[in-house]
Design a protein around this ligand. Structure first.
Ligand SMILES: [Zn+2]
Length: 94
């Protein structure tokens, strides 16, 4: 279901910087990366995936461009449906 749980490039498969192991599992963080320092801007927001070392539990984080694009498409569909429902309610109330 989450095709990007697997590493998407070779650099993301390099050895653990703490213990040198190459045994990992992939997951995601319940967090976003937002470029810049503004508290209010969500522009450029990206989903985050993480690689856990199975030997020392070190976590390495990467932004996940594929899941970010997927998430943005879902948001657009939800906003469009919400607008349609709002419009329907307004039209039906007359
Ligand atoms: Zn390690």
């Amino acid at each position: 279901m989450y095709p990007t749980d697997a590493p998407t490039n070779e650099l993301q498969q390099s050895k653990c910087p703490v213990c040198g192991s190459q045994d990992f599992e992939w997951g995601r963080l319940q967090a976003y990366y937002v470029p810049g320092t503004s508290l209010w801007s969500a522009k450029g927001r990206q989903m985050v995936k993480a690689r856990r070392c199975l030997r020392c539990n070190n976590l390495l984080q990467f932004t996940d461009t594929a899941r970010t694009a997927q998430f943005n498409r879902i948001v657009i569909v939800i906003v469009a449906i919400s607008l349609l429902i709002s419009l329907s309610v307004v039209v039906l109330s007359f």
